[in-house]
Write a protein that binds this ligand. Structure first.
Ligand code: ATP
Ligand code: ATP
Ligand code: CA
Length: 219
């Protein structure tokens, strides 16, 4: 795998965490922040760290930002700075720009100005946790689109000893069990007539309302 060059703008908790993890994985990362203390903190972590205001086009040009394959904009509170930075990056021809959105309006604007990917870490983590709060057996919940998700579900009392066919999951809930995890083993073509056991973990894919019915009745 060719090593991609990343730049992370904004070294708060989110951007900082991306920066650390990419560096840990051996990826070259340029860490950028307007705040000297933040930049100092990342001098020994990222491959390079520079102080600059990313709303200043000339500063971004000076560091050759258009040579980076992927730029992550992790400026939070200052929505105006986040938007302006994104516009400049797309103007300068950066091919992949991922931006952290602060709220739905921010997200809409980012779409319009050509952000390639928009992430919403607080909202998404909130959703995942909420499903886990509803039931301890819902281990994780990942959005695939606005109305489809994948849930990771621990087999509960109502499912133990029954097979997928007996529970008739596809017919009753419109959901598909794509895999069953047993300890470290994962079976990606589960049999319809094999009895489920305590501690089995189902990976279920479906429309959100179908998954919601499945969770209510069986989990
Ligand atoms: P998190 O929740 O990830 O900690 P946040 O959403 O609270 O972050 P901020 O703290 O507002 O976001 O911003 C993240 C970082 O972006 C800060 O370290 C801030 O100094 C930096 N930043 C803000 N504006 C600019 C700018 N114009 N140029 C470069 N960096 C900036
Ligand atoms: P269908 O009648 O839906 O075409 P099928 O021909 O695949 O089912 P089986 O594989 O025997 O028949 O499954 C019987 C029923 O068991 C299915 O209708 C479905 O409700 C349920 N089922 C089987 N496998 C799964 C799965 N992986 N995920 C969800 N439900 C399943
Ligand atoms: Ca924040």
């Amino acid at each position: 795998m060719k090593k991609k060059e990343f730049a992370v703008i904004g070294l708060g908790r989110f951007g900082g965490s991306i920066c650390r993890e990419l560096s840990f994985e051996g990826m070259p990362v340029l860490a950028i922040d307007i705040d000297v203390e933040k930049v100092n903190e990342f001098k020994n972590i990222a491959s390079h760290a520079v102080i600059l205001d990313s709303t200043d086009e000339d500063s971004l040009k000076d560091i050759g930002i258009s040579n980076f394959e992927h730029v992550i904009v992790a400026i939070g509170e200052n929505i105006q700075a986040s938007i302006l930075t994104t516009v400049i990056l797309k103007d300068l021809g950066v091919s992949r720009v991922t931006v952290k959105a602060q709220n739905d309006y921010h997200e809409k604007i980012l779409h319009k100005i050509g952000a390639d990917r928009i992430v919403h870490p607080e909202r998404d983590m909130g959703k995942r946790l909420a499903h886990n709060f509803i039931s301890n057996n819902i281990l994780d919940y990942l959005e695939l689109s606005d109305d489809h998700s994948i849930a990771e579900v621990k087999v509960g009392r109502k499912m133990v000893g029954k097979s997928l066919a007996e529970l008739d999951i596809r017919a009753n809930y419109g959901c598909n069990v794509v895999a069953i995890k047993k300890g470290n083993e994962i079976n990606v073509s589960p049999q319809a007539n094999e009895a489920l056991q305590t501690d089995d973990i189902l990976i279920v894919i479906g429309a959100d309302n179908d998954l919601s019915r499945f969770e209510k009745h069986l989990v």
